[in-house]
Design a protein around this ligand. Structure first.
Ligand code: UGA
Length: 435
């Protein structure tokens, strides 16, 4: 297998996993980030964020001598033939993708380009960004230094990012030249999956359409959950019955308090913005956003209706992150619900296995406690807002005895309803009969 020299600009969730993953595949990798503190931590063998299995992967890369770190874009351009761009593309005005980090990186690459480089967009970008990147490199870069551009969108999920890197369902590679195609094929040698070669625009579009479609599945099942509530059906059984049809699939079909995180909300908004820009009224996607917005309000009303007045009432909360197995609270529906409850005067005492102080900075009134049992202590209801597996295995007898009244809200529909009802709980969920 032919080894490549690769640099990865941006050492966030995508960039760091990608850099360490390529090093494990045998390539020589430089991870670059302008955040000096992050690079210092990495150089001291410390992780800047929590992601299962990442620490071991990074340490192995560093020990093998194949993974190193820098804060300088110049190093990224000088030391590698292939440059992956993995910087953030947050939501800007009206949901438009804010490409300012990307713009800065492209200018930095152009300023240092002195020999052929393959520049790869891995950051999530709206379709047509590649055209602008190419034009910018041609305008700002030196004349007569050749380069290629590729779009290689990333599909890894937080919480399972390392597994996803080595076991992807597919690798999408948009290129314009044979040389770029050959280099990209070599980069991914050793990963068993289908490589789908496309043009750059199609590759860019595949990322936004995939995330938006997954968000659509979630909003669809959440909308159906409302019908379930009206007719007394169980959304978990409906979703299972639907999902067993392989054309539909069981994944991303769990009803709950809505989707969050650093990807779905911003990518749906950016895709809507792009559609609008090119003159298409993307009605389905607007509905996806709308259902997701309402889902959090519905959860809040459900809790309020059961508890009665919220002012001065103590509520226990389990889970603050946007999903399980991460410490990420960005666009967390759990935290949004906590914020609404606090604003309505409730005293919220919360436990989360991974996120603490960051959540408290976002909702200062939040009282953090150190165990699920402490969260339940003297509360008039326990709200389970993130599906951390450890929550399903709690001693619910102890939880019940700690609560002032045995009310449990299962915001992710993953607890054992029958067992909880048998223990004397009043069980509330999303689209499931209450008990
Ligand atoms: C998502 C995609 O799944 C990845 O393929 C993609 O690479 C990534 O965005 C990205 O663009 O970087 P991620 O945000 O880590 O990954 O999380 P997901 O597991 O997809 O969950 C997103 C949200 O949907 C979470 O709030 C989760 O709780 C919620 N969700 C997920 C549901 O409410 N129901 C489900 O059935 C599945």
């Amino acid at each position: 297998m032919e080894k490549q020299t690769i640099s990865v600009i941006g050492a966030g969730h995508v960039g760091l996993v990608t850099a360490a993953g390529f090093a494990q595949l045998g390539h020589q990798v430089l991870a670059v980030d302008d955040d000096q503190q992050k690079i210092n931590l990495l150089r001291q063998d410390k992780m800047p964020f929590f992601e299962p299995e990442l620490e071991g992967l990074v340490h192995r890369g560093v020990r093998s001598g194949r993974l190193s770190f820098s804060t300088r874009i110049k190093d990224a351009v000088d030391q590698a033939e292939i440059i992956f761009i993995c910087v953030g593309t947050p939501s800007g005005n009206d949901g438009e993708a804010d490409l300012s980090f990307l713009e800065k990186v492209i200018a930095g690459i152009a300023a240092n380009l002195s020999a052929y480089r393959l520049i790869v967009e891995k950051s999530t970008v709206p379709v047509l960004t590649g055209e602008w990147v190419k034009y910018t490199l041609q305008t700002l870069g030196p004349k007569r230094v050749p380069f290629d551009l590729a779009a290689n969108p990333e599909f890894l999920r937080e919480g399972t990012a390392v597994f996803d890197f080595f076991h992807p369902d597919r690798i999408v590679i948009g290129t314009e030249t044979e040389r770029a195609r050959n280099l990209m094929a070599r980069v991914y040698q050793g990963v068993e999956t289908e490589l789908l070669f496309t043009d750059i625009k199609s590759a860019e579009l595949i990322k936004h359409t995939s995330n938006s479609f997954l968000a659509l599945k979630i909003s669809y099942i959440n909308a159906v959950s409302r019908i379930c509530e009206k007719v007394g059906a169980d959304i978990n059984l409906v979703a299972r019955g639907m999902g067993l049809d392989r054309r539909i699939g069981t994944k991303h079909l769990n009803a709950g308090i809505g989707y969050g995180g650093s990807c779905f909300p911003k990518d749906v908004a950016a895709f809507l913005h792009l559609a609008n820009r090119v003159g298409y009224d993307f009605k389905i996607l607007k509905a996806v956003e709308e259902v997701n917005r309402e889902q959090k309000l519905l959860a809040f009303s459900k809790i309020k209706n059961r508890v009665g007045t919220l002012s001065g009432r103590t509520l226990g909360v389990l889970g603050l992150t946007f999903k399980a197995d991460t410490d990420d609270i960005r666009e967390s529906p759990a935290l949004e619900i906590v914020r609404m409850l606090s604003q309505a005067g409730a005293v919220v005492q919360a436990y989360d296995p991974a996120s603490g102080t960051a959540a408290q900075r976002t909702v200062p009134a939040l009282k953090l406690v150190s165990s699920p049992y402490a969260a339940a202590k003297d509360a008039c209801a326990l709200l389970v807002l993130t599906d951390w597996p450890e929550f399903a295995g709690l001693d619910f007898k102890r939880i019940r005895d700690n609560l002032r009244s045995p009310v449990i809200f299962d915001g992710r529909n993953f607890l054992d309803r029958e067992r909880l009802v048998a223990l004397g709980f009043q069980y509330l969920a999303i689209g499931r009969p209450s008990g």
